[in-house]
Design a protein around this ligand. Structure first.
Ligand code: ADP
Length: 231
């Protein structure tokens, strides 16, 4: 599903953000990518979203060769990704319902499908009754749940979450992570980038740890088993 082969990333400024990293994610896996600030986590997300191209190495995702992806294929590729950002990036002038509806409209879903799917998504993220609320009328955890519902509205093959619990208290963070896990259990490959060790430890899933642009471990389960870990 995701293949990084010897990927290096040197920004135009000369900063080497990734040093020849390789990893492979199978369909249906749940993977945390973790590491201190500056370790290269966001660079991996930018590469996965094809906002950047690697300086050297190959990236294959969902059957696409990202280095050689054509302009024609780029929107098709991105359509199969769902992305949740720390700051949610909801449309503030649209209601909860309309935020999700809009994400489906832009990919050409029929009104009929939208009317069937949006209530199911709202039910899944426990926001029934909040359909008509605007984002600024919601608590942080509720906004995160709208962002999650929107990210999965078009049934992506891969869900990428960039620090999804960054602005949330521990209890709300747990709810969001449990929801991400639920999405994974329904068959979606999930990649969560985070520096929040508590949520990583809670789920006991695969953890790829970065340090200064290198993968320093790739393990199942707790990150605390390695005493050299610095957070
Ligand atoms: P993280 O997400 O783990 O904090 P990043 O991937 O953002 O790490 O950054 C890795 C390194 O690349 C850092 O040294 C950072 O300063 C640098 N970097 C990130 N984005 C850019 C950019 N657009 N231009 C130049 N350097 C960048």
């Amino acid at each position: 599903m995701i293949d990084f082969e010897n990927v290096s990333m040197i920004y135009r400024s000369g900063t080497e953000a990734l040093h020849g990293i390789s990893f492979h994610v199978d369909p249906g896996e749940f993977v945390f990518i973790t590491g201190k600030s500056g370790s290269g986590k966001s660079t991996i997300i930018k590469l996965l979203m094809r906002e950047e191209k690697p300086t050297t190495g190959d990236i294959f995702v969902n059957g696409y060769d990202l280095y050689n992806l054509s302009r024609y294929d780029l929107p098709h590729y991105r359509r199969r990704l769902g992305v949740v950002f720390q700051d949610c990036r909801l449309l503030m002038n649209k209601t909860v319902y309309q935020n999700i509806e809009f994400a489906m409209e832009v990919v050409g879903e029929s009104n009929r499908t939208i009317k069937q799917v949006v209530p199911k998504l709202l039910h899944m993220v426990d926001l029934v009754g909040k359909e008509k609320a605007f984002p600024d009328e919601l608590a942080g955890g509720e906004q995160a749940r709208v962002a999650l519902a929107r990210a999965i509205a078009n049934n992506p093959d891969i869900l990428i979450a960039d620090e999804p619990t960054g602005n949330l208290d521990p209890r709300t963070s747990t709810e969001i992570i449990d929801l991400l896990y639920k999405v994974n259990q329904l068959g979606t490959t999930v990649v969560v980038v985070t520096h929040d060790t508590k949520i990583v430890d809670r789920l006991q899933q695969r953890v790829i740890r970065l340090k200064a642009g290198n993968i320093i471990s790739d393990t199942e389960g707790s990150i605390y088993e390695d005493e050299t870990c610095e957070y």
